[in-house]
Design a binder for this molecule. Structure first.
Ligand SMILES: [Zn+2]
Length: 189
């Protein structure tokens, strides 16, 4: 039986509810969409995995409000049911010097924590972002309500010039970094 991984591309298309952050002409929802597509392709090429996307097409809109957009993503994963949940986002800060990759989990010392450690190392090694570490964020809906180990990956900062260049040019590498981390978590490489 394949390991079922639900990939949640954070946010909805531009001009809908639950659209994402912007920086240097980039839109979070476009980046998360494409990184998710690349990651699903990598996983689905390996018979040990089966991946599904929350937004299989660029025009997919989830829910009718911010809250129902998040609820629909969680319901899709719980009903499948997925074995793991990976939500992809890009970060933003008013301070343009803040940069790097971070991952949020529901709580520490869990399967999600071990997966997050491998994924953040995979991204940092592959893309060259700064490792900002792993944080417990039990208030985040998609972490709180998913019934499987779940992580929320903040790839890099849209508000930092060097990170934004990576988010613009290295979307395939971000997916590859997450993929490498997943492989290592399972001891497949
Ligand atoms: Zn986001």
């Amino acid at each position: 039986m394949a390991i079922k991984i639900f990939i949640d591309q954070g946010h909805n298309p531009t001009n809908f509810h639950n659209s994402g952050a912007t920086g240097f002409g980039l839109r979070e929802e476009d980046i998360t969409y494409q990184v998710g597509v690349y990651l699903a392709e990598m996983l689905n090429q390996d018979p040990r995995f089966e991946a599904r996307l929350s937004r299989p097409s660029p025009s997919t809109v989830l829910g009718s409000t911010n809250a129902t957009s998040l609820a629909q993503r969680v319901a899709m994963a719980n009903q499948w049911p997925a074995n793991y949940f990976i939500s992809i986002h890009a970060n933003f800060n008013e301070n343009p010097s803040i940069n790097g990759t971070e991952i949020y989990i529901y709580r520490q010392y869990t399967q999600a924590n071990w997966l997050a450690e491998q994924v953040i190392d995979g991204i940092v090694e592959t893309v060259g972002t700064k490792n900002n570490g792993i944080y417990a964020r039990p208030s985040l809906y998609v972490l709180r309500r998913t019934k499987m180990p779940s992580i929320l990956v903040e790839l890099a900062y849209l508000s930092n010039y060097a990170d934004a260049e990576k988010l613009r040019n290295d979307q395939y590498l971000f997916a590859e970094g997450i993929f490498r981390g997943i492989m290592r978590y399972f001891g497949f490489s």
